[in-house]
Design a protein around this ligand. Structure first.
Ligand code: NAD
Length: 369
């Protein structure tokens, strides 16, 4: 088994909670990575892990990623994540999620949960029965609902920033953009890109998803593997992770990679460097796809859809510009520059702690306001 304290120490974790409820069958781990900027927010993943060690590794890795993602997005949130060990197709029920909700409530707002891989809005509504510290609930219950349109708008804005930086253009008009994956985010991204005048080249494993963007936005269809060596200006991964690897990077003819998928680089340092060496400008995934996080973060203050969309559109553009400047200044990959920018914000905000402020209620309202 992974040495827990050593692993926490290595990645800088504050707290790891092992949740065990014999009566409901809940086995979960909540990891709070860093709360310098604010309460740790991050989704709850349900996965049939092969071992407890795999679950622990996953929650430690993912929660650290959330600290950087929130910091770089300019949100007053820290990084956290939870994993429930179990099969999301078979093992879900009200009592399991309510039990998880009680453990979240026990952390009194140090961790705020949300849906993630293997969990849904409905599961979060069960969690909501036991705790206020949950986001990503349905619009009908005052939540923010499906985050995909906000993620797509943020991604479109990030593509515009990357085009400005790499090609010196203010418009996407006439640019050839390859969109891989036409699901929740990919579909809306095509909608925004079409509105900006881009020419779309799309691929998906589902015929119906392709047909929809062809019919609605006049997209051109390309094969699943053709996307890598297609004559396009921009490759926008919106399906799977690890599509930037030893096999695909040498094939790319585009000068920009900017899309919403998580964990696009198979090996972060190696493949970010490979892209840099080939002169391809890469928009770090966790910076460009932060729209979904910005959306749920808005829920904490009382959801305002217009504010969430504006924050995603304007914030992600500026964040990417800051990353590109840092990358040039320090002559490092954009991935490395992004983590430097994120760490600097965490460190800068920590300086504020010298000034005394009355206690703050983590769900947004000052107690004495
Ligand atoms: P989704 O499951 O709705 O869509 C994924 C699409 O990719 C599906 O249409 C699927 O058929 C297609 N696909 C699968 N394998 C493919 C392949 N080999 N080639 C081409 N297409 C393939 O997921 P989503 O919510 O649209 O998310 C897409 C990506 O963006 C994921 O990596 C997700 O983690 C990331 N992301 C999503 C959000 C959000 O708000 N939904 C936020 C941040 C990051």
């Amino acid at each position: 088994m992974l040495p827990v304290f050593e692993s926490m120490e290595n990645r800088g974790h504050e707290e790891v909670v092992f949740c065990n409820d014999k009566d409901t069958g809940l086995k979960a781990i909540i990891a709070v990575h860093n709360t310098t900027i604010g309460p740790a927010l991050g989704g709850c993943r349900m996965w049939d892990y092969e071992s407890e060690e795999d679950a622990l590794k996953d929650v430690l890795r993912l929660s650290r990623g959330m600290s950087y993602k929130a910091a770089i997005a300019g949100l007053n949130l820290g990084g956290g994540k939870a994993v429930i060990i179990g099969n999301s197709k078979k093992d879900k029920n009200e009592i399991l999620f309510r039990s998880f909700g009680r453990f979240v409530q026990g952390l009194a707002g140090r961790y705020i949960t949300a849906e993630d891989v293997g969990t849904s809005v409905k599961d979060m509504e069960w969690v909501r029965m036991e705790t206020r510290y949950v986001t990503g609930i349905s619009r009908a219950l005052g939540g923010s609902g499906d985050p995909s349109p906000v993620t797509a708008l943020g991604t479109c804005s990030g593509i515009k920033a990357t085009v400005k930086r790499k090609l010196g253009k203010d418009s996407l008009s006439g640019l050839k953009i390859g969109v891989q994956g036409l699901g929740h985010v990919g579909y809306h991204l095509c909608r925004y890109l079409h509105r900006e005048g881009a020419k779309l080249y799309v691929t998906d494993i589902h015929e119906e998803s392709i047909k929809r963007v062809v019919d609605e936005f006049g997209a051109n269809v390309i094969g699943l593997d053709e996307i890598y060596d297609a004559e396009i200006d921009i490759y926008a991964p919106c399906a799977l992770g690890a599509t930037l690897n030893d096999d695909t990077i040498p094939k790319l003819k585009c000068s920009i990679v900017a899309g919403a998928a998580n964990n696009q680089l198979k090996e972060e340092d190696v493949h970010a460097q490979m892209l840099k060496d080939r002169g391809i400008l890469y928009a770090p995934d966790y910076a460009i796809n932060a729209g979904g996080l910005i959306n749920v973060a808005n829920e904490i203050e009382g959801y305002n859809r217009e504010r969430a969309f504006t924050q995603a559109e304007e914030g992600i553009y500026d964040t990417l510009m800051a990353i590109y400047e840092k990358s040039e200044e320090d002559d490092v990959t954009t991935q490395m520059a992004a983590s430097k920018v994120a760490k600097k914000r965490i460190s800068d905000v920590s300086k504020l702690k010298n000034v005394y402020l009355p206690k703050k209620n983590v769900m947004g309202k000052r107690d004495n306001a």
